[in-house]
Design a protein around this ligand. Structure first.
Ligand code: SF4
Length: 330
């Protein structure tokens, strides 16, 4: 169990030292000349019923992390356990069982639904493949029930994706993920493509479903204000690494890592008269192919010190699980 865990009992999902490097090949012989370190040694646990938010700028590795732990892409190394069982080393039939329990909702509801399939076919596909229905009629009745759960009219069952709005399509994606009665769902930027008012509705729906079915989520987003409402804890990623992880309230009220502090300074506050100094980060995110030495954030950190350029910072963890990786001892 990693030090970041704060739930009681056995975690539902345990990720240790997960890495995903993409080789860069060049020349006639396609020799590997470098690696893009998309996910670089991350560890975290998720408790039953818990939502962990995973945030960071685009390209920080959060989407790759979510897909690697589900084995949608093959991780380079690391260990993932689901209910105490090894996921990355699982055989084909073992993986089928994991697939039922570990689902994903994709960012783009336009691209992730096959335009030639009806809602009934899209949602019932997994039910039929996994033999969860006695016959076609039973599958259809399960689909109608799922449509109701995601607050779509079951009368739409024979319609096609293009007949729905973005928010409605994402509800279809959620119903598809729920169709196998999973315990864990990766929500991969699941609301990022939606208008703000629709985002709130979909987040509320995901929270209701979590409570109704006892689901756990890894909620991946680039926007801290989006994860705040739904997450019990939040992990912040930068250049493939988790730089801070804490209970949501603690992270927002007492961020320790300068990168988290900068991200939070850009989040709008409810009271516009409240003073808040915006920390503007200079420069772009460095290439994950050639990350900076020492602390990978040192090229943009407003509080950088000499030691940061040469020495990898330590990870400091408080008793309540609030953990951050920095040379500053806050
Ligand atoms: Fe900034 Fe140094 Fe901390 Fe990195 S280790 S976040 S550069 S203060």
């Amino acid at each position: 169990m990693s030090e970041h865990y704060y739930g009681e009992g056995r975690p539902l999902l345990s990720v240790s030292n997960l890495k995903k490097y993409f080789p860069v090949r060049k020349g006639l012989l396609r020799r590997v000349v470098a690696n893009v370190k998309a996910v670089d040694d991350i560890s975290f646990d998720i408790a039953p019923g818990e939502t962990l938010g995973l945030v960071g700028e685009s390209g920080c590795g959060k989407t790759t992390a979510g897909r690697s732990l589900l084995r949608l892409i093959k991780p380079t190394s690391g260990h993932v356990e689901f209910e105490g069982k090894d996921v990355l080393g699982a055989s084909g039939s073992e993986m089928r069982k994991f697939r039922r329990n570990m689902q994903i909702i994709f960012q783009d509801p336009y691209a992730s639904l096959n335009p030639r399939m009806s809602v009934n076919d899209i949602i019932s596909e997994g039910i039929r493949v996994h033999g969860l229905a006695d016959n076609r009629k039973d599958a259809e009745s399960q689909v109608r029930d799922l449509l109701e759960r995601v607050k779509l009219d079951p009368a739409y069952i024979n319609r096609y994706p293009h007949e729905f709005s973005g928010g409605q399509r994402q509800r279809i994606g959620i119903a598809r993920a729920l169709s196998l009665k999973p315990k864990f769902i990766v929500c991969d930027e699941a609301v990022s493509a939606l208008d703000v008012s629709i985002q709130a509705q979909v987040i509320n729906l995901l929270m209701d479903l979590r409570d109704e079915f006892g689901l756990s989520y890894l909620f991946v987003a680039h926007d801290l204000s989006v994860v705040r409402h739904i997450s019990h804890r939040v992990a912040v990623m930068y250049l493939g690494k988790i730089v801070e992880i804490a209970k949501t309230k603690d992270l927002f009220s007492n961020p320790k890592h300068p990168y988290t502090q900068a991200l939070l300074s850009a989040v709008p506050v409810a009271n516009p008269t409240a003073k808040k100094e915006r920390i503007v980060l200079q420069g772009d995110v460095p290439s994950p192919m050639n990350p900076p030495s020492g602390c990978p954030f040192h090229t943009r950190c407003p509080r950088v010190m000499d030691v940061c350029k040469s020495e990898v910072p330590p990870t400091r963890t408080a008793d309540d699980g609030h953990s951050y990786t920095c040379h500053l001892d806050e």
